[in-house]
Design a protein around this ligand. Sequence first.
Ligand code: NAP
Length: 225
Amino acid sequence: MRSMGIDGYSVTMPHKARVLDLVDVVSPAAKNLDAANCVVNNEGTLTAHNTDGDGFVDGLKHDTGFDVADCTATVLGAGGAARAVVDALVRHGATEVIVVNRSPKNAESAATVGGEAARAGAVSDLASHLASSQLVVNATPLGMAANLDAMPCDPTLLGANHIAADLIYAPAKTVWMDAAARTGATVTNGLSMLVFQAATQFTLWTGQPAPIDQMFQAVEAALAG
Ligand SMILES: NC(=O)c1ccc[n+]([C@@H]2O[C@H](COP(=O)([O-])OP(=O)(O)OC[C@H]3O[C@@H](n4cnc5c(N)ncnc54)[C@H](OP(=O)(O)O)[C@@H]3O)[C@@H](O)[C@H]2O)c1
């Protein structure tokens, strides 16, 4: 990047952790997650950032108007995407984040990125976790590809006081989103997270606001094609 004058690039699997050893500065989010998704070259100083979680928070606001500050959220799943969401929810002021996952150990690990505001919750207690949450996030692959007909939780536990946010964007409406919408919940998919994590990268590289509308159009065209 230095010798070729490259101002920035995106990083994806399997390089998200390894890249941290190759830069000069690591942002707080990237450090907390032990993973970066972009690098910025500022006059030869390379900084690694992770914009996935902020992309989720910004995308949620864009799609639903929901501000995560002071909310209680349940995150279903405990992989890389869930960790980024937990980190961002806490940084943006969520009061409590409950991580529920089929493997309890991974739930415990993912909750640690949220510090005192986050904790692991048992699958058997899901009904009470959801009853106390305004936001429910599907960060599992249930609803996509090989799991098209699967749901991350019983949708009848949701209702009009919930935002049900699926990180999946293909299909655009998962069976869980469809069922959750029928309970009166506000539903949204992962397309806005994809666009806004990239928008934040664009701004980090250029100092300019990102062309959000054109980015949505481009990704929608790509997914349709
Ligand atoms: N919108 C976006 O920009 C964006 C960005 C990143 C990811 N995503 C989406 O987010 C989802 C998760 O991605 P990831 O990278 O975090 O994946 P990951 O690291 O592989 O984690 C997957 C999580 O889902 C759980 N899981 C997997 N299969 C399951 C099953 N059959 N039943 C119950 N739980 C199951 C895993 O549980 P265990 O811990 O027990 O294995 C794990 O906690 C994917 O759908 C991905 O497409 C979207």
